[in-house]
Design a protein around this ligand. Structure first.
Ligand code: NI
Length: 179
């Protein structure tokens, strides 16, 4: 079990466009995904991208079998490893909701996202994944896949009056550490 430190906003490695994975199901890729899960669970994240631990590859993990203490009211998202993802909006509806990011600890902002998406990519073994998602699930996927293009959620925000410290915005969540 290896827990990596998570790069914080301001680190130039978070701004790179990540490289696609060329070869699947290698020991190195399995180790990367395991480390990403361990790091995500340690930080109670809803998702994590490889660039956030300094790895320049198109790999994201998200979802959980258990409710997330950082997002206790949110619907569950199936645990997923998604490699070389493609996200396509379904329709033109967008919605605003609060997001946090392990690369911006202690902060939340209201971010517009596509309400419904199709996403595709590959699992660890190289099997294709193709799903439709909406709401929180769609939001998590869009957030994580943005990391692969060097985009952090404040770069999607339109209204910075809706941005601040979690402990101020949501005092009831003060017990949730390590945002
Ligand atoms: Ni993030």
């Amino acid at each position: 079990m290896t827990i990596h430190s998570i790069l914080k906003m301001g680190d130039a490695r978070l701004l790179r466009v990540a490289r696609p994975v060329q070869v699947f199901d290698t020991p190195e890729l399995r180790q990367l995904v395991q480390d990403m899960y361990d790091t995500m669970h340690h930080a109670s994240g809803a998702g994590l991208s490889a660039p956030q631990i300094g790895v320049d590859l198109q790999v994201v993990v998200f979802g959980s079998d258990k409710p997330n203490p950082r997002y206790p009211q949110r619907p569950m998202v199936p645990p997923t490893v998604l490699i070389n993802p493609v996200v396509v909006p379904m329709g033109s509806d967008t919605e605003m909701d609060w997001e946090g990011c392990l690369s911006l600890p202690g902060l939340r902002g209201k971010v517009p996202r596509w309400k419904r998406i199709q996403y595709s990519g590959f699992d660890l073994q190289g099997h294709p994944i193709a799903r439709e998602a909406e709401g929180f699930h769609a939001r998590v996927v869009q957030h994580e896949c943005d990391h692969l293009f060097g985009i952090l959620y404040p770069m999607r925000m339109q209204d910075f009056t809706q941005f601040g410290f979690t402990e101020v915005l949501f005092p009831e969540m003060a017990s949730v550490q390590d945002d």
